[in-house]
Design a protein around this ligand. Sequence first.
Ligand code: SF4
Length: 485
Amino acid sequence: MHYTILDCYTDEASGLGVPPYLGTYPRYLFGKFKQEGHEVAYLTIDDLRLWKKYDNIKKETSEKEKTNILIYNLTNNKASEVLPETDVLIVILGVHVPGKYLTALPGTLHEVIPLLKDINCKKILTGPAVFGTQLEGGKFFEKEDLSSFDDVTNYDASFEELEKYVLEGVDIIRQIPDRRVIEIETGRGCNVGKCSFCTEPLKNSFVNRKKEDVVKETKAYYQRGARYFRLGKQADFYASDRPIEMLKEIREACPEVEMLHIDNVNPNSVVKPGGEEITKAVVEYCTSGNIAAFGVESFDPEVVKANLLNTMPLIAMKAIKIINKYGAVRGENGLHKFLPGINIIFGLLNETKETHKKNMEALSQVMAEDLLLRRINIRQVAVLPGTFLEKHGGNKFLRKNKQYYWKWRNEIRQKIDFPMLERLLPKGTVLTDVFTEMYDGKTTFCRQMGTYPLVIGVKGRLPLKKRIKVKVVDHMLRSIVGEEV
Ligand code: SF4
């Protein structure tokens, strides 16, 4: 049978599948159906838009226009040729932690359902959308009529089951012309928290993937030509199966890897005995620009308690210091080796004006102690079905405090992010392996490949998808202005 995977991109607390990331969902399903003996094609929502909304014509943008990110991430396949031949269409969709995406826009149910209306085949919806989806923070999940799908299926397989076909999925990258960061899954569920907003404990009970299997999958993609990896899809990298050996073995098996980063880290694990050893290994074996994404969410103890969050402010501060102690060294691509990043969420239970004050106090302390933070991620909570938050107040605090969010966010951006960025990347710093990605008017926006990469604006319209070197010439609130060198 002809199976087609339509990737509308996914973003979850524990996993990113928005280009330049290639998530686990399409890769695993590609492997599964191939092993069952089917022909499998991979399409993105961009391929579908190009056919249905742009008549298969991709126009060059004029100097006044932005690059059209709705059709930026095309595969080697044409939706207009593949879909009429398809017997079963698997639609992967779902955003749980909406972000801002420079070169992609995830498809929503609202967009995709009408686009697929006249495609005659079996249609199955899967991905995080099985648990609800919402592309915009601060809103309830999308409520769409799903009757045009023949089925809504959760294909999640146990690691034991997955290992039987995961390596068959590697060939998917032959259908993708651009660079992709392959996110390798290291664990599921959460060993620490029951955070009020999070679906991870609802989806999976805590289980680690075996170190050997993590190394094997990474190596298989490396051998097919992939050079960018994030060991992600976990609540806490430090709690993975033998993380030090894992990193060492990956580095040995993939000597020319250009990016090897991790994702989430629980600050409690960093301060625990053994935490410093793992920190040192991350610094030694991963590539520069790496971030320990700390899901602190709030420095207000009242909010921490009410939302069952796992990190008290004191622990967060201690963990920030430990990562700085080993990781705050400039690495080969111009960024520091390994720094902490902080996630903050607005709209949690018991949030008051005091919450913002507490957040500012903690972040100011980081500044005062000359510590480095690579990025602060602020978002409004998405209220997802089945969560503690949905059952104990829903969007009550979001509604109450919404009027302050712009002000709160802006204060963090102005007083913390901006001086921090100047501290991280003083004018004159040279960043290497920067890729030109898209135009906005006469500016080219670029990034390095990485976990939460910095956006770099360069004057002029440079050829896209090229690797350049950039010197820092100025700072914006959360991005930098560079000059090609
Ligand atoms: S620590 Fe909290 S946010 Fe992170 S995965 Fe666990 S429950 Fe979810």
